[in-house]
Design a protein around this ligand. Structure first.
Ligand code: ZN
Length: 133
C-alpha cells in the first residue's frame, strides 16, 4: 500500500524527524512484518537516517553539508538553486527500513529525517509498506 503525507518546512535548509509519522502509518496498516520504503518526490529535498537523540547531530550535519556545497557563482542552472540539487543527490531520495513486530526496525539511536535544502516549502513524503505477514 502507498501512503502519502505532507510537511511544511520553515527554513532554507533543515532536517525534520519524520520517524513518528512513519511509525503511525505502519501501525494503521496493521502490517507486522515487511518492508517500508520512504521516498521523497522532490529534486531539492532528501531522506537520511541518523541519530535523533542529540539535536547537535543534525545541526552539525547541516553545517558541514552547507560548507561542502555552498552556492557558487559559476553554477549555470537558471533557477539558482544548484547547491540544493547537489545536496539532494549526495543524501539520496529514499530509505528502506524493515518492519518487525509492527514497528520500524531501527537501531536504538536512529531516526528518519526529511532533508529540506530549498525551503521553506510544502513537501510530500511517499511511503510504501510491503506486507510479508
Ligand atoms: Zn532548480
Amino acid at each position: 500500500m502507498l501512503k502519502r503525507f505532507q510537511i511544511s518546512t520553515e527554513l532554507q535548509t533543515e532536517l525534520i524527524d519524520i520517524t513518528s509519522n512513519i511509525e503511525k502509518l505502519i501501525k494503521d496498516s496493521k502490517v507486522t512484518e515487511g518492508i517500508c520504503s520512504v521516498f521523497v518526490p522532490h529534486t531539492t529535498a532528501g531522506i537520511v537516517i541518523n541519530e535523533n537523540a542529540d539535536p547537535s547531530v543534525k545541526r552539525d550535519f547541516l553545517v558541514e553539508l552547507n560548507k561542502m556545497v555552498p552556492d557558487r557563482e559559476y553554477y549555470t542552472h537558471a533557477e539558482g538553486n544548484s547547491s540544493a540539487h547537489i545536496k539532494t543527490n549526495l543524501v539520496g531520495s529514499s530509505e528502506t527500513i524493515f518492519i518487525e513486530d509492527g514497528r520500524l526496525l531501527l537501531g536504538t539511536w536512529q531516526g528518519i529525517f526529511f532533508c529540506e535544502f530549498d525551503g521553506p516549502r510544502t513537501r510530500s513524503v511517499w511511503v510504501k509498506i510491503v506486507k510479508e505477514k
